[in-house]
Design a protein around this ligand. Structure first.
Ligand code: MIC
Ligand code: MG
Length: 297
């Protein structure tokens, strides 16, 4: 009720334990705090907070327009409504290395279990679009060192994302991944790999947990849980999937209302009032204060 009862410290431990288990952890992207509760109810391992979704939610493209404050506040709203660990997309860390450290501290305070910081040049682009550029190795490593030095909870997961694949190829990805691990990254997110062979090559090169980004309509193949497990991947994100599904349903629903003049034909595709209230844990509020639980379905 109100917020998840699990503390941020416990969520971070749960994430660390999950990663140590060798199991593949599946993290769908929540588009709001309520959808994070749905992700938990459906039995997933964690929640991802996507920069692309956060921008799109504000009606903005994913080109580095959102600020550290906006991302921290929204990620905190999402993280505190679920007992699952939440990992947030911190883009380039929002500035110079000292800003990166401050971003990490803000995310710790907001209850996140971890974040990823990427090596794109500011202003960043979606990792699956052409025309992005990356910073030199020294700058990329400084960002990660700053993140690691800045965190106060050693269990807060600092993941390094590299976008270098689309710029300089697979060999450069492997070199950069190794250097990022040496700089203290707890996990690596190699962005926009093309398929299983490339994941296998990165897997062979580094010992830390690896993340696979199963975003739709991008540069990579959509691999199954089994395929990713067989490749030794530790984390998979479906960053924009729920937003795309919800917007797809909203587009179709609006067309139906326009065409038919009523939404009555859509009811079986909706979350019901009862299902919503269950997800909100409405009843628990009644146990807390009988005065607020006085409705009948
Ligand atoms: C993972 C990602 O960084 C995100 O913000 O969710 C995006 C996803 C997308 O735009 O499809 C990305 O750059 O891959
Ligand atoms: Mg992003």
């Amino acid at each position: 009720m109100l917020y998840a009862s699990t503390t941020a410290a416990d969520k971070r431990v749960a994430l660390r334990d999950g990663l140590a288990s060798g199991r593949l952890l599946q993290l769908p992207g929540a588009f709001n705090p309520l959808s994070a509760r749905l992700i938990e109810a459906k039995g997933f391992d964690g929640v991802y907070v996507s920069g692309a979704v956060l921008s799109a939610d504000l009606g903005l493209p994913d080109i580095g327009l959102t600020t550290a404050t906006e991302v921290t506040v929204r990620a905190g709203q999402i993280a505190r409504m679920t007992g699952l660990p939440a990992i947030v997309d911190a883009d380039t860390g929002f500035g110079e290395p000292m800003n990166v450290a401050r971003t990490v501290q803000g995310l710790e305070d907001a209850g996140l279990a971890g974040c990823h910081i990427e090596d794109q040049v500011n202003p960043k682009r979606c990792g699956h679009l052409d025309g992005k550029t990356v910073v030199d190795e020294d700058t990329a490593l400084k960002r990660i060192r700053a993140a690691v030095d800045g965190r106060r909870d050693p269990n807060f997961l600092v993941m390094a994302r590299t976008d270098i694949r689309a710029v300089d190829g697979l060999a450069a990805t492997i070199d950069r991944a190794k250097a990022l691990v040496d700089a203290g990254a707890d996990a690596i997110f190699p962005e926009a790999l093309t398929g299983p062979e490339e994941f296998a090559a990165v897997r062979a090169a580094v010992d830390v947990p690896l993340l696979a980004n199963m975003t739709e309509f991008g540069k990579g193949q959509l691999l199954t849980r089994q395929q990713l497990e067989d490749l030794g991947i530790n984390l998979v994100i479906y960053p924009v999937t729920l937003l795309r599904l919800a917007m797809g349903a909203a587009m179709a629903g609006l067309d139906t209302i326009r065409a038919e003049g009523t939404q009555s034909g859509l009811l079986d595709r909706m979350q019901t009032r009862a299902e919503l209230y269950e997800l909100l844990d409405y009843e628990a509020y009644g146990q807390f204060d009988t005065d607020v639980f006085n409705f009948r379905l």
